[in-house]
Design a protein around this ligand. Structure first.
Ligand SMILES: [Fe+2]
Length: 366
């Protein structure tokens, strides 16, 4: 029997219309900093729903870009401070949610955002209500916030128990207006969280329970992902699978797929989910050496006959996207070295060394 610790302090409120039903309970204080990206909070209807029922004052920061920068979180933190906000409502995909978490920290701590990585922070972040409009990040139920660090030429995560949102409102209808490529990209991110958690050397029986349910649920949406058409049941499956992925990685962290994927996003410009998807089949093939039964279980739950079939699914899902990956050996070596600097690598089964990562990345771009 292996002991474990399972921590999930976020209240999840799941279902259609949950924001409007929450009504005044949506307010976690007297004045909200509402954080959104440039479009999805409005297009999804989530922002309108929030504004329709939110009591008290608010100020909106709607300038969060994809892969948010330190400058953006500092601007949001300053706005919260100047306006006297005492809680945060984050609406959107992973970028607005992660940026909002760091703004919640900077609103009550006087230091440059970069210093959070080295010095941490003293004062507890403002309470956060998270409303995802994509089904991928799982950030609404994690203690992580990933930002782009130009100084280190990569994406890098902060973590802290106070970065868990106090409450997450999950309504699959908010993901219905997503363009197909965002739906696919974020879905593959969710799958990578679930699989990397299940194949982590930090996996526990409790995190496995969550990850396996999530993988099975994700699998039910494969026909819709292949066809590019989604009904509410598909949206529901993907959103819940995404949150289960968040709960799972909150316990285990992510692994080498994310470590390699960060360079494919930072240097090659691939969206996060696709960057992960590029590496996943070779990662499964590699992990078969250390944990053949676990890899087999993943494939069975997805109703895929082999790792090759998994790779074909990824190719099919991303077939319409522009951008072919062709990396020189020295570029691969650079990305491998950057990945080796991350903690994610240590979570991977098989204790991967530089040569393993090189092989995985090389096989990924064939
Ligand atoms: Fe991710």
């Amino acid at each position: 029997m292996n002991a474990f610790n399972f921590f999930l302090p976020t209240q999840m409120v799941y279902g259609q219309g949950v924001v409007k039903k929450a009504g005044e309970a949506l307010a976690l204080g007297s004045k909200a900093l509402i954080v959104t990206g440039k479009s999805s909070a409005r297009l999804s209807g989530a922002l309108d729903d929030v504004l329709a029922v939110l009591p008290g004052e608010y100020v909106i920061f709607d300038q969060v870009e994809n892969n948010p920068s330190l400058e953006t979180v500092e601007a949001g933190g300053k706005l919260a401070k100047d306006e006297g906000c005492d809680y945060v409502i984050a609406i959107g995909g992973g970028s607005p949610l992660d940026a909002a978490k760091v703004m919640a920290v900077l609103a009550v701590n006087d230091l440059p955002a970069l210093d959070l990585y080295t010095a941490g922070w003293e004062n507890r972040a403002l309470p956060i209500a998270a409303i995802p409009t994509t089904a991928g990040t799982g950030s609404e139920v994690t203690q992580y916030a990933v930002l782009t660090l130009e100084q280190e030429e990569t994406k890098k995560g902060l973590r802290g128990a106070d970065l868990f949102p106090q409450v997450a409102y999950l309504d699959p209808n908010y993901t219905a207006s997503l363009p197909l490529h965002v739906t696919v990209d974020t879905a593959v991110d969710a799958l990578s969280h679930l699989v990397e958690s299940y194949l982590s050397n930090r996996a526990t029986r409790a995190s496995d329970f969550v990850a396996l349910q999530g993988i099975a649920l994700w699998g039910t949406a494969i026909p819709a992902l292949r066809q590019g058409r989604f009904d509410l049941d598909d949206r529901d499956a993907l959103l819940l699978a995404s949150s289960l992925g968040g709960i799972a990685i909150a316990q285990t962290g992510t692994a080498l797929v994310h470590a390699l994927g960060y360079s494919l996003t930072y240097y090659e410009g691939f969206p996060h989910g696709r960057a992960n998807g590029i590496c996943m089949a070779a990662y499964l093939e590699y992990t078969k050496q250390a944990a053949p039964e676990r890899v087999e279980t993943v494939l069975e739950l997805l109703d895929l006959a082999s790792v090759e079939a998994f790779g074909e699914l990824m190719d099919e899902l991303f077939a319409d996207h522009a951008g072919k990956l062709d990396l020189a050996p020295e570029t691969i070596a650079h990305y491998v070295n950057k990945a080796l600097l991350t903690n994610n690598i240590k979570n991977s089964l098989g204790n991967p060394a530089a040569e393993d990562l090189t092989k995985i990345l090389t096989n990924s771009i064939r």
